[in-house]
Design a protein around this ligand. Structure first.
Ligand code: G3P
Length: 217
């Protein structure tokens, strides 16, 4: 499973990139607005830190303007994935861009029907929002299961990018289903390392080693 981080915080991105486990970055208009930074230079800076796909989302909602925005965004770097909303116009943009070899991440997916359309439009990534479905008492992970099954049935190349991740269990359950990618806030990625038995076991090893009086170096 590839790990993307859903943030525009450069310090967090640098820290995660240094682990060697980070495969890409996703942003959205809300994340950019929250960062208080200028969009295009910020995406450029992220692209300089991370080699994998960096999602940058169009702001318009009509075909012509989305295409113009995408033209600017894809010039930032070859590994920018243009993020478009799952609408008829968004999927038209997706088809036009992927036909030209540009990566496209189709976002705001909340149903298997929408995911099927995105795959037919040639999306590189489909982003189903598990957390937001859970928030309205729907089953976000059941949607991941359905999309993985449908994509497998037809050998679609579109990668399932599990988005709106709220907890490590979203990641583990999606990984069990074979989802290709997940994107989460940095805090959730950091939680993946944690287990109380690791902490207590390490504390015991450190103490026992100290008492042995030995040194490796
Ligand atoms: O970037 C898309 C998605 O990951 C947003 O998540 O937490 O705003 O529902 P969230």
């Amino acid at each position: 499973m590839k790990f993307f981080v859903d943030t525009a915080d450069l310090k967090e991105i640098e820290e995660l990139a240094a682990t060697g486990l980070l495969d890409g970055v996703t942003t959205n208009p809300s994340i950019i607005a929250k960062s208080g930074q200028e969009f295009i230079p910020l995406i450029k800076e992220i692209c300089d830190i991370v080699d994998g796909p960096v999602s940058a989302e169009v702001a318009a909602t009509d075909f012509d303007t989305m295409m113009k925005e995408a033209e600017i965004l894809r010039k930032i770097a070859d590994h920018v994935a243009i993020k478009v909303p799952l609408t008829p116009d968004g999927l038209r943009v997706c088809k036009a861009l992927t036909d030209e070899g540009t990566m496209v991440n189709v976002t705001l997916c909340f149903s298997a029907a929408q995911a099927l359309l995105a795959a037919k439009a040639g999306a590189s990534f489909i982003s189903p929002f598990v957390g937001r479905l859970d928030d309205i008492s729907s089953d976000g992970l059941a949607l991941i299961q359905d999309i993985c099954l449908i994509y497998e049935n037809y050998n679609f190349d579109t990668e399932v990018l599990v988005a709106s991740v709220r907890s490590p269990m979203h990641i583990i359950e999606a990984a069990k289903m074979g989802a290709h990618v997940m994107t989460s806030p940095p805090s959730v990625i950091k939680q993946l390392y944690k287990h109380p038995l690791t902490d207590s076991g390490l504390a015991a090893f450190v103490e026992d080693w100290k008492n042995s009086g030995q040194s490796i170096l």
